[in-house]
Write a protein that binds this ligand. Structure first.
Ligand code: BES
Ligand code: MN
Ligand code: ZN
Length: 485
């Protein structure tokens, strides 16, 4: 159910409306006297005597119209834990008819910057749903009113939270769209519309890509009736013209596997094979909305991996933008081909401070890490540490995986400079990353995030209710916030 948040100045006195109040770890109710009546207080206190207090959140139904939700705040609570409490609140109020809740920020006893901001952020992230294609529209709404004179959220901080939510939701929207709607032509068109936020958008179509020599990317898309594109999205928010931070995303709008066809069970999910690109796009939108004081560029390769009389064959050899030749032994290892050209191009054209790419690249990373951590592969320890720390803070965790030159022999080819799969088997995610590394020609600090297990969640997690997660947007925003602006 969608939620709407209002900030009210008044400190609402005792009323008949639903209330959210913050208490300490022991659910001490002494401080609540100001916000609820004596009879309500004694009713709650009595119930608390027989209640399991290990919960974070307790709901008391005082009448058919009035609920009081007590949220317990432990000492030294982390921002991510505050977000989880907000998300948990959504779970407890998301049912029935339209409803209205008053969150009393005066009742927050601890001193933590942006407490209400983090709380609402968690609530909103959890409330997202993609219902565009349901004929029956649900018009119910939850109205949230934040009241109280203490713990106010300054307007500039509110704007940052909102930008991050909008960026994340844009990513989730793109990932949720089916392949017949969000094909590369449509995707490129939508990206063009981001100009209205002050982003500079450049679209390279097939004709331009051919001229540039991006044959690795073009080969993947050649079996599709849709076009193939490379799109650059620039945000210049720094006062000087410092080197940009670069974010590169795999945008395979649908991955059938090509002639190395996927079985149906594995193919049905492949509408989210463009999630890496969607994270880049959502991040750029967020940076523009909050007018980040940095220079950044997003680069996405948009293709559709299809089967047709014109599609790429196993055994084909293509010459990439870097000049290196690739033997395509498996047309289903297509993401690395798209990223190869995008990485070389980004490094050459923008000379970035660093490059971070995101891709739903390998099923093998799901075998390794499941849906808890994304795989991190990097040529740079400092960038790796910064990313891992940022991920911890926003609950988008990363686990560093190895790169090593000894893996290189597995992708050397007899007929070309390299082949796109590892013919011996094993270390599927590392050999894919090792392949990507060959397309960074000037040693630019680089990190590759394999998000195959993180981009989509069947059952939902702490901050999402199932479906597209938007994993990566908040992680990269945190990285920028902590170290680059
Ligand atoms: N898009 C897939 C990887 C993937 C699998 C993403 C499951 C999300 C969920 C990728 O293009 C792919 O097909 N990879 C192959 C590589 C193999 C042919 C070397 C894979 O992982 O099986
Ligand atoms: Mn594939
Ligand atoms: Zn793929």
């Amino acid at each position: 159910m969608p939620i709407k948040v209002n900030f009210k100045n008044s400190a609402l006195k005792k009323t008949s409306a639903n209330l959210v109040l913050f208490v300490d770890e022991k659910f001490s109710t002494n401080s609540l006297r100001k916000y609820i009546s004596n009879s309500e207080l004694s009713y709650i206190s009595d119930l608390l005597k027989t209640t399991d207090l290990s919960k974070n959140l307790l709901v008391f139904e005082l009448s058919s119209k009035k609920k009081v939700v007590l949220v317990s705040i432990k000492k030294n609570i982390k921002n991510s834990e505050i977000e989880n409490l907000g998300a948990e609140l959504f779970g407890r109020i998301n049912y029935g008819k339209n409803s209205e809740y008053f969150i009393n920020s005066d009742s927050i006893a601890i001193n933590q910057k942006n407490f209400i901001g983090y709380f609402l952020h968690g609530l909103k992230l959890k409330s997202y749903e993609f219902k565009k294609y349901k004929s029956k529209k649900d018009s119910r709404i939850i109205n949230i009113n934040v009241i109280g004179n203490k713990n106010k959220l300054p307007p500039n901080e509110l704007l940052k939270f909102k930008a991050l939510e909008e960026g994340t939701f844009y990513t989730r929207d793109l990932v949720s769209e089916p392949g017949n709607v969000l094909h590369p032509d449509e995707y490129a068109k939508r990206l063009n519309s981001l100009k209205k936020f002050g982003l500079k958008v450049n679209i390279y179509n097939e004709k331009k890509l051919k001229k540039l020599g991006m044959n690795a990317l073009l080969g993947v898309g050649q079996g599709s009736i849709r076009g193939s594109y490379l799109v650059t999205i620039e945000w210049n928010g720094a006062r000087n013209n410092s080197k940009p931070l670069a974010f590169i995303g795999k945008g395979v709008c649908f991955d059938t596997g090509g002639y190395s066809l996927k079985p149906a069970k594995f193919m049905e999910d492949m509408t989210y094979d463009m999630a890496g690109s969607a994270v880049v796009v959502g991040l750029m939108k967020n940076l523009a909305l909050r007018k980040a004081k940095i220079n950044a560029v997003g680069v996405v390769g948009l293709v559709e991996n299809m089967v047709s009389g014109n599609a790429q064959r196993p055994g084909d050899i293509v010459k990439s933008y870097s000049g290196k030749t690739i033997e395509i032994l498996n047309t289903d290892a297509e993401g690395r081909l798209v990223l190869a050209d995008a990485l070389t191009f980004t490094e050459k054209k923008f000379k970035p401070k660093f490059m971070v790419d995101l891709a739903t690249l390998t099923g093998a990373i799901i075998v390794s890490l499941g849906s808890e951590y994304a795989g991190l592969f990097s040529n740079n320890d400092k960038l790796s540490k910064e990313l891992i720390n940022a991920g911890e803070k926003v609950q988008e965790k990363l686990w560093r995986m190895p790169l090593h030159k000894n893996y290189d022999k597995l992708i050397n080819s007899k007929n070309a400079d390299m082949q796109n799969i590892n013919y011996v088997g094993g270390a599927g995610s590392t050999t894919a990353a090792q392949f990507l590394q060959r397309f960074i020609l000037n040693n630019t600090p680089w990190a590759h995030l394999d998000i195959a297990g993180m981009a989509f969640s069947k059952y939902g997690g702490a901050l999402n209710s199932g479906g597209a997660t938007g994993y990566g947007v908040r992680l990269l925003n945190q990285l920028i916030k902590d170290h680059y602006e």
